[in-house]
Ligand binder design. Structure first.
Ligand SMILES: Cc1cc2nc3c(=O)[nH]c(=O)nc-3n(C[C@H](O)[C@H](O)[C@H](O)COP(=O)(O)OP(=O)(O)OC[C@H]3O[C@@H](n4cnc5c(N)ncnc54)[C@H](O)[C@@H]3O)c2cc1C
Length: 403
């Protein structure tokens, strides 16, 4: 059983086989798999709770509908882990509230129909054979609250949602790792062999394996070993709308691929959001500002394809609206950086996510497989060295919000 605690001088771990920096869903999954592989693993989290920074801002949705082979592979493997979660973590009946509520990518633009058809064809070649292309009549028959303007969509019923908090806690409890809260990493020592120790205000931990899973702060941690990692944190806001009778509670996650505005039902109300391609790159932050015009902007974008939002607006009060923000972290190809960096022996990355909640489970396993030699670096398409090797694929999945 993993232990989650704020360390004292008495229980400070002076050494570890592996140290994971960052207790979001990605870091905790990594610590789970490293400890499962037999490594004495310590995770360091600067905040007072696991999964309390970006991972707490997610709308907790997952999909297999990716068009990039590497993302699809990671998403499919993560779904297999989440669908068998209790058995994998070894805690009978452990419930992560996983529901196959579906993802619907929809458009009213006839010019986008071919790209939706191509996306479904790509899903199928990547092994996701249950995603569907829907024409206008099919959309209206299945989702009557979508406007008559809609001309095409892709849909997969087995996409859905789960509790990211439950997943994070489950990975922690099912591991044999130690999770140290209120413990900020301030430096990383190196010697002739590579990484040698991680420094914190409580003391140092000697180790030969460090995983940077610091989410939006991964660039800061990279600089601790002299690396300038290609990571761009961008603010992403989300809105919770309190229960309203007009919001269909059996709806999937609905994304307008023209505007990148989306919504899904949640406990009688809904999450609504928009990935604004023009929000600027920011410094990593635990205190992101929110814009009070954001909810109105999103609602404006949602109304054309889901007109019931207009009726919701008629009775909407300020107290019905809860606004918050986190950061997506983009890389040059919009795909994460996973694995060792040969320039600094023993230093691994697991960062660069805009969809880390749905990908973290398999990404954590991949780090453990790489660290223990189960997987060779070249078998890992998401290796951080890919840019230096001249591999220049670009992400083209819908809703990544980056052009
Ligand atoms: C509005 C919004 C909606 C989203 N919706 C989804 C979704 O539906 N599905 C999905 O898959 N993804 C979604 N995402 C993205 C997802 O939330 C992130 O990709 C994911 O949470 C990243 O997890 P992480 O563990 O890498 O980062 P984090 O959760 O940020 O964890 C990193 C941790 O590292 C710690 N840390 C940083 N520096 C240090 C240090 N020096 N020492 C110790 N600790 C340190 C931080 O305190 C933090 O807890 C959404 C994001 C936003 C903002």
């Amino acid at each position: 059983m993993g232990k989650i605690f704020t360390p004292t001088a008495e229980n400070w771990p002076a050494t570890a086989d592996a140290v994971v920096i960052g207790g979001g869903i990605v870091g905790v999954a990594t610590a789970f798999w490293l400890s499962r592989a037999g490594l004495d693993t310590v995770l360091l989290e600067m905040r007072s709770d696991l999964s309390s920074l970006t991972s707490a801002q997610s709308i907790e949705s997952f999909r297999a509908q990716f068009t990039e082979p590497a993302m699809s592979e990671l998403a499919q493997e993560s779904i297999r882990i989440h669908e068998n979660f209790a058995e994998i973590i070894g805690i009978p009946d452990y419930d992560i509230a996983l529901r196959h509520t579906g993802y619907l990518f929809v458009t009213d633009d006839p010019g986008k129909v071919d790209s939706l058809k191509a996306a479904v064809a790509k899903h199928h070649t990547l092994g996701v054979t249950d995603s569907e292309f829907l024409n206008a009549a099919e959309i209206h028959a299945r989702f009557p609250y979508i406007s008559e303007r809609a001309v095409a969509a892709t849909f997969r019923q087995r996409d859905g949602q789960f509790s990211s908090h439950a997943v994070t806690q489950g990975f922690a409890k099912g591991s044999t790792a130690r999770f140290l809260l209120n413990t900020r990493v301030t430096g990383i020592r190196q010697d002739a062999q590579g990484v040698a120790a991680v420094e914190t205000p409580h003391g140092a931990i000697a180790t030969r394996l460090v995983v940077n899973a610091a989410g939006p702060f991964a660039g800061v941690v990279g600089r601790m070993v002299g690396l300038d990692l290609p990571l761009q944190p961008m603010r992403r806001q989300k809105v919770y709308i309190a229960p309203k009778p007009q919001i269909p509670q059996d709806a999937p996650l609905v994304i307008d691929i023209g505007s990148d505005a989306y919504w899904r039902p949640e406990t009688g109300g809904a999450f609504i959001a928009w990935v604004d391609p023009d929000d600027r790159v920011r410094e990593p932050s635990e205190h992101l500002p929110t814009d009070w015009d954001f909810p109105a902007t999103v609602l404006d974008k949602l109304i054309p394809l889901t007109p019931f939002w207009e009726t919701v607006c008629d009775t909407l009060k300020r107290s019905d609206v809860m606004l918050s923000a986190g950061q997506y972290v983009y890389t040059p190809d919009d795909q994460p950086l996973i694995g060792p960096l040969p320039d600094v022996p023993g230093f691994y990355l697991n960062c660069g996510y805009w969809a880390g909640v749905m990908l973290g489970a398999a990404a954590g396993r991949r780090v453990a497989d790489l660290a223990t030699g189960v997987l060779a670096p070249q078998q890992n398409a998401l290796r951080p060295t890919r840019y230096a090797e001249g591999i220049t694929t670009t992400g083209d999945s819908f809703l990544r919000g980056h052009h």
